[in-house]
Ligand binder design. Structure first.
Ligand code: Z5A
Ligand code: MG
Length: 220
C-alpha cells in the first residue's frame, strides 16, 4: 500500500538495435539517478534467470528450436511474470529502468517475415503490461553500429534481421506515445547527457501523469 507521501517511481524503458548502447546507458542512468537520491532498479529483458528465461536463452544461443509464435509468447510471458514486481516497485517509489521491453518483443518476432506473425499480431500479448512513462529509442545507423564490433553468435545477429528490425522499430514507434528518439551515434557521455535531460523531464511530470498506466492496443 502506498502512503500519501510516497511519490511513485517512473518506468523508463531503453530500446534500440544491437550495439546501440542500451546496456551501457542503462548502467549510466542508474548511477545518475541514484546519485540524485532516487531509489532505482535496473532490469533487462529477456530475464534469462527464470525457467521461461532459460528456454529463451537456449533458443537465442541456438541450442534449441521453437516455433516462431511459441518463442514470441515466451518472450511476452517473461515480461508478464515480472509485471507484478515492477508495479510494486513503482508504487513504493522506486524508479525502474528496463533494458528492452515489449517493443523489441514485437519487432524482432515480426522481422522474421512469418506470414501469420505480423507486427499487429505480435503486439497483442503485450496489452495490459505496465506502460512506460518514457521509452528512449537509441537510434544508430548501421555504419555506426558496425564500428562497435561485428555480429555476435546469437540468433538474430545478422544483417537481414537487423535491417528489418530497424524498419519495424520505426513503424512501431510511429504508432506509440511517450517515445523519445535519442541519437546514439555520439560518445557515451554525450548520449548519457541527452538521456538525463529527457528522464529528468519525465520524472518532473510524474504527478501530472498520474498512476502507472498499462499498454493499450496499437494505434492504426
Ligand atoms: N529479443 C526478442 O526477440 N524479443 C524480446 O521480447 C526481447 C528481446 C526482450 C537478446 O537481447 C536478443 O533478444 C536480441 C533481441 C531479442 N536479439 N538480437 N539481436 P539482449 O538485450 O540480450 O542483447 P544484448 O546483446 O545485450 O544487447 P545489444 O543490443 O547487443 O547491445 P546494447 O546493450 O545495445 O549495447 P552495449 O552492450 O551497451 O554496447 C555494445 C558495444 O558498443 C560495447 O562494446 C560498448 O562499449 C560500445 N558502445 C556503447 N555505446 C557506445 C558509444 N556511444 N560510443 C562508442 N561505443 C559504444
Ligand atoms: Mg545489451
Amino acid at each position: 500500500s502506498q502512503s500519501a507521501s510516497t511519490r511513485r517511481g517512473a518506468l523508463i524503458v531503453v530500446e534500440g538495435l544491437d550495439r546501440a548502447g542500451k546496456s551501457s546507458q542503462c548502467e549510466m542512468l542508474r548511477e545518475y539517478l541514484s546519485k540524485g537520491g532516487n531509489a532505482v532498479k535496473y532490469i533487462r529483458f529477456p530475464d534469462r534467470t527464470t525457467p521461461i528465461g532459460q528456454l529463451i536463452d537456449s533458443y537465442l544461443r541456438g541450442s534449441a528450436n521453437q516455433d516462431d509464435h511459441s518463442i514470441h509468447l515466451l518472450f511476452s510471458a517473461n515480461r508478464w511474470e515480472l509485471a507484478k514486481s515492477i508495479e510494486q516497485d513503482i508504487a513504493s517509489g522506486t524508479t525502474v529502468i528496463v533494458d528492452r521491453y515489449s517493443y523489441s518483443g514485437a519487432v524482432y518476432s515480426a522481422a522474421k517475415g512469418n506470414p501469420t506473425l505480423s507486427l499487429d499480431w505480435a503486439w497483442l500479448p503485450e496489452i495490459g503490461l505496465p506502460r512506460p512513462d518514457i521509452c528512449l529509442f537509441l537510434s544508430i545507423s548501421a555504419e555506426e553500429a558496425a564500428k562497435r564490433g561485428g555480429y555476435g553468435a546469437e540468433r538474430y545477429e545478422n544483417e537481414t534481421m537487423q535491417t528489418r528490425v530497424r524498419e519495424l522499430f520505426r513503424s512501431l514507434f510511429g504508432r506509440q506515445e511517450d517515445i523519445a528518439v535519442i541519437d546514439a551515434g555520439k560518445s557515451l557521455e554525450e548520449v548519457s547527457i541527452d538521456i538525463q535531460s529527457v528522464v529528468a523531464d519525465c520524472i518532473g511530470r510524474l504527478d501530472a501523469t498520474g498512476p502507472l498506466r498499462t499498454l493499450g492496443p496499437l494505434a492504426k
